[in-house]
Design a protein around this ligand. Structure first.
Ligand code: WT7
Length: 669
C-alpha cells in the first residue's frame, strides 16, 4: 500500500469548485495501521465484515434487528428510484429504542448525558430520568393538541431540554424541525412557515462566551409577522435571573416549568411505521431557499446506531463519548441524540464555546469525565493548533481511545496534530464523510481494521456503495471525479419537504441512477477515497453549509445594493471564508461603515455563520456574454490576494484586476 500516489485531482474546469488540492496531501506519506491494543479489543477487527455486507439487504436486516420493533417488517427494501422505503411495514418507536428498552433491561441508572453548562454548572442525567422527562414533555405536547404527524419547531441552546424535546416528539409521533440557535429570527420564521409547525419549543436563552444569548427575543421577532401556524410556544428557563424578564404572550406562551414539569411521566409511545417522518432538518442548497430534508424512522435509526457503534468502536460499558457539535446540525441529531442513545451510551453534552473561560475548556472536560471517544470538526482542530499544544498538555487526556473528524476534508497537518497532541499518538483518527441528506456516516475507516492515510476518509462502510464517476457518469477506479452513491442506504433522505421535483432534480438528475452528493473525490491506487470539497455553489464555513445564493439574496435585499456575487475563498481556520463582491446603487457611498453594516445585515437575515468575512465594493461584476457571473474568476481574485477581515473599500487594484481578467477570459471564449 502506498500513501497518496499523487494523481492529479481533476480534469480541469469541471472540478474547479473542489477546494482541497491534492498537492496539500502530498507532504504526508505515513500510514497508520490500527494500534495492536485497540485491534485486540475492537468490536470489528477483520475485513470479513465487508464480505458479510456483500448481501446488502441481509446485512442491513441484521443491523435493524439490533433495535426493538413492535411489529416486524415484511420487506427490507422497496426501491423505486429515487424513492426508497426501508423495513417496509415494520413498526417501532424511536424514543422507545433510545430510552425505554435500556431502562427495562436494567440500565436505568446509567448516565445518558453528563451535561456541562458554559458557566460551569454540571448535571448527570440517567436513562431513567431522561425517560421520565421525555414522558412529561410528550404529555405536555399532547395536552397542547399536538398529534401524530404534526410538526414542532425547536429553537434551543445546548441544554438537556433540547434532546428531551426531540425525543418527546418522536415518542408521540410528531415531526421535529430543529433550527440551530445561531440562526436569525427570519431564518426561524422561514423554517416554521415551510413546515407549518404548530408548536415552537425554545428557551429564554443560552450562554455563549460568557454572554447570554436571548433566544426568546429572536423567537418573538420570528412570530411577530407570519409564522401564523404556531399556536403555542414552550419556553425553558436557562438564563433566569441573569437577564431582564422575557416577555410572554398570554395564552400563547407557556413556561416549560408550568406545562412540562407538572405532567405525569407515563406517556405511551406511539407505534410508528418504519417510514413515518421522524424529522425535518433544513439545509442550504444552490438556491436561496433552504431545503427541508426528510428523515424517517426505522432505516434512519438502524444506520445511526450501526455507524455510531462500529465507526467509534463504542461499548456502553467502557466508553464515555463526546460529540462536540451542536444538536442544531445533523451531526448532533445523529451523533449526540439518536445514535448514542440507541446504543445506551454515556455522552457529554456541553453548552458553550471552547474558549470560555479558558482555551483549555475542552481538555478540562475530557479529563473531568474521562472521555474515551471524541468527535469534532477540522475547523476546531485547526483553531486548537493555533492556540498551541501546551493547552492540551496541561490535562490528562489518556482516557481517549478513538478520535473522529467530520464536516470538511481534514488536511494532513491537522490530522497529524490531532493524532499526536490530542490522541497521544495512540488513537486512530476516523475521518467520516457524510451529509445532512445521508443522515448517517457513509465513508469512514473502521478503527480496528483500516490502515489510515491522513487526509483520506478511506472506504465506504460495509453496506454502503460509493463510487467516483467522470463527467459522463462512467465509473472510475482511479483518479479524480464526482462522488456518487450507487445504491440506496437506510438513513437516506426520503425527499425534500413538499418538493419532490427538487429532490429528483438536485440529487438524481446529474448522473441517472446515482445519488450525486455535490462533492469532488479522488480514488487512489489502493481504492482509498480522498474528498476534495464541493463542486457546486455551496460553501463550507467551519464545517457548515452556506449557500452563495442565499447570501447574495440577503445582500440584494438591502436597498443600497444593486448587485452582489458571493464566493467561498480558502481560509486557514474555517476551511472557507465568505467573500462578497457588491455593487452599490448610484449615490450610495462605498465606505467602511457601509460594508460593516452590510455584513451585519447578512448576519441578521440568516445568522452569524453567514456573515461575510469581507465585502469588496466594485463598480461592475465580471460576467460572461450571456450574463452569468464569473464566480471562478472572483474566487481566483479572492484567493490570489490578501483581502482583509472586514471591508475592502472599492480597492482600485481589485476592480482593475477584475476588469482585466474578465476581458481576458471573454477573449478566450
Ligand atoms: C458536506 C455536507 C455530515 C455532517 C456535517 C456536515 C462536507 C462532510 C466530510 C469529510 C470531506 C466532508 C462535504 C459534504 N463533508 N464531512 N469527512 N471529508 N468533506 O453536513 O452541512 O450536510 O455538509 O460537508 O462537502 O457534502 P452538511
Amino acid at each position: 500500500m502506498t500513501a497518496n500516489d499523487g494523481d492529479s485531482a481533476s480534469s480541469g474546469a469541471m472540478l474547479d469548485g473542489a477546494r482541497a488540492t491534492i498537492e496539500d496531501y502530498l507532504a504526508e506519506e505515513r500510514l497508520f495501521p490500527p494500534p495492536d491494543a485497540l485491534r485486540a479489543s475492537a468490536l470489528v477487527n477483520s475485513e470479513a465484515i465487508y464480505d458479510q455486507a456483500a448481501d446488502r439487504e441481509s446485512f442491513w436486516a441484521t443491523q435493524a434487528h439490533a433495535l426493538t420493533w413492535f411489529e416486524p417488517w415484511s420487506k427490507v427494501l422497496d426501491w423505486t428510484p429515487p424513492f426508497a422505503r426501508w423495513f417496509v411495514g415494520g413498526k417501532l418507536n424511536v424514543a422507545y429504542n433510545c430510552l425505554d428498552r435500556h431502562v427495562e433491561e436494567g440500565r436505568g441508572d446509567k448516565v445518558a448525558y453528563f451535561f456541562e453548562g458554559e458557566p460551569g454548572d454540571q448535571r448527570a442525567i440517567t436513562y431513567a430520568e431522561l425517560l421520565d422527562e421525555v414522558g412529561r414533555c410528550g404529555n405536555a405536547l399532547r395536552s397542547l393538541g399536538v398529534e401524530r404527524g404534526d410538526r414542532v419547531a425547536i429553537y434551543m441552546p445546548m441544554i438537556p431540554e433540547l434532546p428531551v424535546a426531540m425525543l418527546a416528539c418522536a415518542r408521540i409521533g410528531a415531526v421535529h424541525s430543529v433550527v440551530f440557535g445561531g440562526f436569525s429570527a427570519e431564518a426561524l420564521r422561514d423554517r416554521i412557515e415551510d413546515a407549518e409547525a404548530k408548536v415552537l419549543i425554545t428557551a429564554d436563552g443560552g450562554w455563549r462566551r460568557g454572554q447570554p444569548v436571548r433566544l426568546k427575543a429572536s423567537a418573538d421577532a420570528a412570530l411577530e409577522v407570519g409564522a401564523s401556524s404556531i399556536e403555542h410556544v414552550i419556553v425553558a428557563r436557562r438564563l433566569g435571573e441573569a437577564v431582564e424578564a422575557v416577555s410572554m404572550s398570554a395564552g400563547r406562551d407557556l413556561w416549560w416549568d408550568d406545562v412540562v414539569a407538572t405532567k405525569e411521566s407515563h406517556c405511551p409511545a406511539e407505534a410508528m411505521d418504519s417510514e413515518d417522518l421522524l424529522y425535518l432538518l433544513y439545509t442550504s442548497g444552490t438556491t436561496a431557499k433552504p431545503k427541508g430534508i426528510m428523515h424517517t424512522s426505522g432505516g434512519y435509526l438502524t444506520q445511526v446506531a450501526y455507524t455510531h457503534k462500529y465507526v467509534f468502536d463504542h461499548l456502553p460499558e467502557r466508553d464515555v463519548y463526546w460529540c462536540a457539535a451542536d444538536i442544531g446540525w445533523v451531526t448532533g441529531h445523529s451523533y449526540i441524540v439518536y445514535g448514542p442513545l440507541a446504543n445506551g451510551a454515556t455522552s457529554v453534552l456541553y453548552e458553550g464555546t471552547p474558549d470560555h473561560p479558558g482555551r483549555d475548556r475542552w481538555w478540562s472536560i475530557v479529563e473531568r469525565y474521562g472521555v474515551t471517544i471524541l468527535y469534532t470538526a477540522p475547523t476546531a482542530i485547526r483553531t486548537f493548533m493555533k492556540w498551541g499544544a501546551q493547552l492540551p498538555k496541561g490535562h490528562d487526556l489518556t482516557s481517549l481511545r478513538v478520535l473522529g473528524s467530520v464536516g470538511e476534508p481534514i488536511n494532513p497537518e491537522a490530522w497529524i496534530w490531532y493524532h499526536e497532541n490530542i490522541g497521544g499518538s495512540r488513537c486512530p483518527v476516523v475521518d467520516t464523510w457524510w451529509q445532512t441528506e445521508t443522515g448517517a456516516i457513509m465513508i469512514s475507516p473502521l478503527p480496528g481494521v483500516t490502515t489510515l492515510k491522513p487526509g483520506s476518509a478511506t472506504r465506504p462502510l460495509p453496506g454502503i456503495s460509493a463510487e467516483v464517476v467522470d463527467e459522463a457518469g462512467a465509473r472510475l477506479t482511479r483518479g479524480g471525479g464526482y462522488l456518487t452513491l450507487s445504491e440506496p442506504w437506510p438513513a437516506m433522505l426520503r425527499g425534500i419537504y413538499k418538493d419532490p421535483d427538487r429532490y429528483e432534480a438536485t440529487y438524481w438528475s446529474r448522473f441517472p441512477g446515482r445519488y450525486f452528493a455535490g462533492d469532488g473525490a479522488k480514488i487512489d491506487a489502493d481504492g482509498y477515497l480522498w474528498l476534495l470539497g464541493r463542486v457546486d455553489d455551496v460553501m463550507n464555513v467551519s464545517g457548515h453549509r452556506v449557500s452563495t445564493t442565499e447570501v447574495e439574496s440577503a445582500l440584494v435585499d438591502h436597498p443600497s445594493v444593486a448587485e452582489a456575487a458571493v464566493v467561498g475563498a480558502k481560509d486557514d481556520t474555517t476551511g472557507q471564508a465568505i467573500i462578497a463582491f457588491v455593487t452599490l446603487r448610484a449615490g450610495v457611498e462605498a465606505t467602511a461603515e457601509h460594508g460593516e453594516m452590510l455584513r451585519g445585515h447578512v448576519a441578521g437575515k440568516i445568522g452569524a455563520i453567514a456573515r461575510p468575512r469581507t465585502v469588496v465594493f466594485t463598480d461592475d461584476l465580471p460576467k460572461t456574454r450571456s450574463g452569468k457571473i464569473m464566480r471562478r474568476l472572483l474566487r481566483d481574485v479572492a484567493e490570489g490576494r490578501v483581502l482583509g477581515d472586514t471591508t475592502t473599500l472599492a480597492d482600485p487594484a481589485v476592480v482593475e484586476e477584475l476588469r482585466t481578467r474578465a476581458t481576458e477570459q471573454a477573449n478566450e471564449e
